[in-house]
Write a protein that binds this ligand. Structure first.
Ligand SMILES: Nc1ncnc2c1ncn2[C@@H]1O[C@H](COP(=O)(O)OP(=O)(O)OP(=O)(O)O)[C@@H](O)[C@H]1O
Length: 751
């Protein structure tokens, strides 16, 4: 019998599988195109079809390729599979394209031309821990080179010269304020293409007694020298290195000839420099300056930009690109989405409008005005806009956070009983809240509910770091840095009470072994001292090889964490054989932590683990981006966290009512948007607060739009002041969007 050739579809048939907004993307014929899509619109589905069509129409191959850029590796794997499936459906081989993350793309270009990029075969990517140490070194270097400037910071708003206070301030500046400033500003400036001298000249434009941008410039300069000296590169450096390569006209032209077009997903998360790289690649080699001839398709949702307070991505850039394209009739909007039931869509649309109207984030509007619309009746997506579960939207005001979790558990059990194949998630703002939810669910419902706490699983990677921190302390207990790091771990693991640690580490000896003439220590300090002393005792009594298992027990690790600690002990024992001195263990552990190869988190199957059927996943709102579940619970919607306020740690208030890092960030952003004169400290702090408010509301919007059939929201009347002590309940105001939702959707208000 003859083998039947598989039936192939035509380009039109492939396009017909798309809904209207997606189809515009698939009809792209060249030039720049912005696609602004609502949550659940099917961006990657649309982009994968558009990619296959472009490959087919332009007969792309290894010498002339489509470059698809995504934000994460798992998203890259996902879209690659979809493009291949579409090519197969068209009867084409799986070629003519590459899918890469932005950094992967930059790395490829930089590595291909080491003579131009300045990177050599030995350049390695700096790990987060190495970076942390590097920043600390730069801070020390800056302090020694800038004694007068440092003195100004020490004096802060006012200072009476008292010695203990001086030591406390030194500790705060060295270990908190300056490292935070360096981390923020280096990333912010570098990824915007600014050099230390640019920051210096901007500093002259601001009326600022601390000249924050000058400090930032100094720190940045030391950092760059350190990176070069150690042959390390960071993520921003990769993009800069690729851009250096593309400065060479012949090389640039050769890349432009290879790249037929660039399709970018999640474009709202790109920084200006990343965008510059994509634009260069997408230019027409025959007419490279002509922006109308850039084959650049950028798809994103400015309303889902939730990284702008900790990365230099700013939704303004993507919004500007959308505006530029709109004036040339090159903006497509994907406003139809099939993910959620109608009541959920209505609630999300309402919150978007309400937040913009309420002007809670200053003059800047947090959202682009863009409503989610349900799909047409003949939509290709099976079960699009599914029937809601019950009301689809439930708004609760439990008495306190304990009752909140009890209600979530009850509702989840009920839902799983009716729909054993359903998926559910509790979305929380912080890992602390997640831990609380998981613990309470277990207390109320034991094994009746299958709960998967994402934060707890991910915390595994902290085990080696925590062990190293405590062992460093045991090795040199009188080092203020080691003592502070160890105390920080103990507070985080709730072994000792929260307190201002800077006050303890000024005189480590006096803290650890107070003499009879020393001032009486307050209760929290005594608790911390006893804990530290018991650890030091163990150091004397136990053989070094047993210290890690001992520390793991004393930190009250859970089963999986204990297993991780055991594995770590075994690994070190294998490496050191009989030479298990504390110094040797520290050396080995340092290496393990620096290489970050112990227990790598398996990111690729993460999505599947988070959305298993019959499981209640406890996950942060940030991590939930891009995912969806049938039933989504969002508890603890309190004003204190959403929108919350920019926090000034009390120990840093001697500088003023702001943080240097956020002030510098706001000033740099103002310069990028050409807003001169740059804002003063107070005005910059105001902007930082507005940025945070806007982002928190976008985060709420992202969280709400994860729900397919039921969206359950709540704000308890009483909640803890800090989640470190959940039993300390206080009256709490709800996030202002919640009462507004209750007024608008009264039938969804649950007793
Ligand atoms: N044309 C289509 N035909 C069939 N299914 C579709 C179509 N478009 C989208 N879908 C389905 O809709 C769901 C949502 O799509 P997707 O996750 O790509 O949306 P998104 O726009 O990336 O969402 P978000 O912005 O919230 O991350 C997916 O399950 C996808 O398979």
């Amino acid at each position: 019998m003859p083998v039947e050739s598989p039936a192939h579809v035509s380009l039109e048939q492939l396009r017909d599988r798309l809904r209207p907004g997606q189809r515009e993307l698939a009809l792209w014929q060249g030039g720049p195109l912005a696609v602004s899509a609502v949550p659940g619109a099917g961006k990657s589905t649309g982009m994968a079809v558009a990619a296959a069509i472009a490959i087919a129409q332009h007969q792309l191959n290894t010498r002339r390729q489509l470059v698809v850029v995504t934000f994460t590796r798992s998203a890259a794997a996902n879209i690659k599979t979809k493009i291949r499936q579409n090519l197969k459906a068209l009867g084409l081989p799986p070629g003519g394209f590459v899918v890469q993350t932005l950094h992967g793309l930059a790395w490829t270009i930089a590595r291909a031309h080491p003579e131009l990029s300045g990177l050599n075969q030995d350049s390695v990517l700096v790990t987060p821990n190495q970076n942390h140490r590097l920043i600390r070194t730069c801070v020390e270097q800056w302090i020694s080179a800038n004694a007068r400037h440092y003195q100004t910071l020490l004096e802060g708003r006012q200072f009476d010269g008292e010695e203990t206070e001086r030591l406390r301030r030194q500790s705060v500046l060295r270990t908190e304020v300056l490292p935070a400033l360096a981390t923020t500003v280096i990333h912010e400036a570098k990824s915007s293409g600014l050099l230390p001298d640019d920051l210096r000249s901007q500093s002259n434009e601001v009326d600022d007694p601390y000249t924050v941008l000058t400090i930032a410039a100094g720190l940045y300069e030391f950092y760059q020298t350190q990176l070069r000296f150690r042959n390390l590169i960071d993520y921003d450096e990769m993009i800069l290195a690729a851009l250096r390569v593309l400065e060479d006209p012949a090389v640039r032209q050769s890349w432009q000839q290879q790249v037929f077009a660039v399709f970018e997903d999640e474009a709202q998360d790109s920084s200006p420099l990343q965008t510059r790289l994509l634009e260069l690649l997408a230019a027409d080699p025959a007419d490279p300056m002509n922006r109308d001839r850039y084959n650049l398709v950028r798809v994103g949702d400015p309303n889902q930009a939730i990284n702008s307070t900790f990365t230099p991505a700013d939704p303004i850039f993507f919004r500007e690109f959308c505006e530029e394209c709109r004036t040339q009739n090159r903006l497509a909007t994907m406003t139809q989405a099939g993910r959620s039931s109608r009541p959920i869509i209505e609630a999300a649309n309402f919150v978007l409008q309400w937040v913009n109207k309420s002007r809670l984030a200053g003059v800047e509007q947090p959202f682009r005005v863009q409503a989610i619309c349900p799909v047409d009746r003949d939509d290709p997506q099976p079960n699009a806009n599914p029937v809601p579960e019950g009301q689809g939207l439930e708004l609760h005001t439990p008495d306190d956070v304990y009752q909140t979790v009890e209600r979530i558990g009850q509702r989840a059990l009920q839902l799983f009983k009716q729909h054993p194949q359903g998926q559910a998630a509790v979305l929380v703002r912080t890992n602390d809240q997640g831990r609380f939810v998981a613990k309470e669910l277990h207390r109320w419902y034991g094994d009746k509910l299958l709960v998967y706490e994402v934060g707890q699983r991910d915390r595994q990677s902290h085990v080696p770091v925590e062990m190293l921190t405590l062992l460093n302390f045991l090795d040199r207990p009188h080092s203020p840095d080691h003592l502070k790091a160890a105390l920080t771990v103990l507070v985080a693991r709730k072994r000792i009470p929260t307190q201002d640690l800077n006050a303890l580490v000024g005189f480590p000896e006096q803290f650890l072994y107070p003499g009879p003439l020393d001032p009486l220590q307050p209760e929290p300090v005594i608790e911390a001292r006893h804990y530290c002393n018991s650890l030091l005792n163990a150091r004397l009594k136990l053989p070094p090889a047993q210290l890690i298992p001992f520390l793991a027990l004393t930190l009250d690790y859970e089963q999986t964490e204990l297993a991780t600690a055991d594995k770590l002990t075994e690994r070190i024992a294998q490496q050191l054989a009989s030479n298990q001195t504390l110094a040797a263990i520290l050396g080995s552990l340092n290496e393990i932590v620096a290489s970050e190869q112990f227990e790598p988190v398996d990111a690729d199957d993460a999505e599947e683990r988070y959305t298993r059927l019959g499981q209640l996943t406890v996950i942060t709102m940030h991590k939930a981006k891009g995912l969806d579940w049938d039933y989504v619970f969002i508890p603890f919607l309190h004003e204190q966290t959403i929108p919350g306020s920019q926090w000034i740690p009390p120990q840093g208030q001697f500088l003023g009512d702001f943080t240097l890092a956020e002030v510098a960030r706001a000033q740099i952003r103002a310069s990028l948007h050409n807003q001169f004169p740059l804002p003063s400290i107070d005005a910059a702090w105001e902007r930082a607060k507005n940025l945070k408010t806007a982002e928190e509301f976008r985060l709420l919007y992202v969280a709400m739009t994860r729900a397919k059939r039921l969206l359950w929201l709540s704000a308890a009347r009483k909640a803890p002041f800090t989640w470190n002590k959940p039993e300390n309940l206080q009256d709490r105001e709800p996030c202002p969007a919640l009462p507004a939702l209750m007024e608008r959707f009264p039938t969804s208000v649950m007793a």
